[in-house]
Write a protein that binds this ligand. Sequence first.
Ligand code: ZN
Length: 304
Amino acid sequence: MIVDAHCHIWERKWLKGDMVRLMQSVIDELGIENEESIYDGSPDRLIADMDEDGIDKTVVLPLDFEFLYTGGGFSFREFNDFAGECLKRFPERIVAFAGVDPRRGVAAVEELRRCVEEMGFRGLKLWTVTGFVPDDEAYYPLYEEAARLGINVLVHTGLGPGESYLKTCRPVYVDKIAVDFRETNFIMAHVGAPWTDEALAVALKNRNVYVDVSAWQKSHSVFPLAMAQMLSSAKLMHGGMHKVLFGTDWPLFTEIYTQKQWVGCVRDFEHPPALQMMGLPEITEEDKGLILGGNAARVLGLSD
Ligand SMILES: [Zn+2]
């Protein structure tokens, strides 16, 4: 089973105001030529891409953007509802996480509960680029609710789009909540790049912390050794390849690599001689299976 543990959906008509500037920053950063490749975030396109590329299940992550950005007149609840409709249409293919900003306090707890209990969501997505530090104890009621509901928490770590906060996206801010909520799994998006070592260290120390490789397509396309080294280091540090989840950040990187090509980057991975010389372990076929779906199936509780 191949699982994409990190992707986004949106309605074209929502991408107005700050959301256009946000998209433009992605276009500029990545050098995207066909803007439609990132503007079209429709569930129908997602499922078609998954079918073409052999991805069995995908985690969709609505974003609670409202503390930093204006959009096209839609709310974070409508964003969650949109993911809920997608889940309803494609229950075998979609896993949904709720996009909730913890600064909402009681309303955050209520929205998470609504998404999980009424719509069948399996996780919480924290979009730290909007400027909150996730380990603030003021947010503990939200983590207590996540623990009670038995869901996973995906935290954005590392670089985000332009005009977003970077400091709040340090992987180390996942450490305290991982210690204080030991029964909850935390997934650190993008392996915290460029703080990759920090992210791997947090994942090493806490048995309930994982990383996803979404958004590594650009760096892989120009310098594939960096990802190879990260994966080998993760295997060495963690005593096996049981902490890394495959992810794409669809539709943002589809022009750089199709989903199929990105899956292929992992599946066809060969151990570079440079890493062999450094004594870093080889990524075996079994490891590749864990990255592409085995780990996500275990962490998210998915079955075929
Ligand atoms: Zn993302």
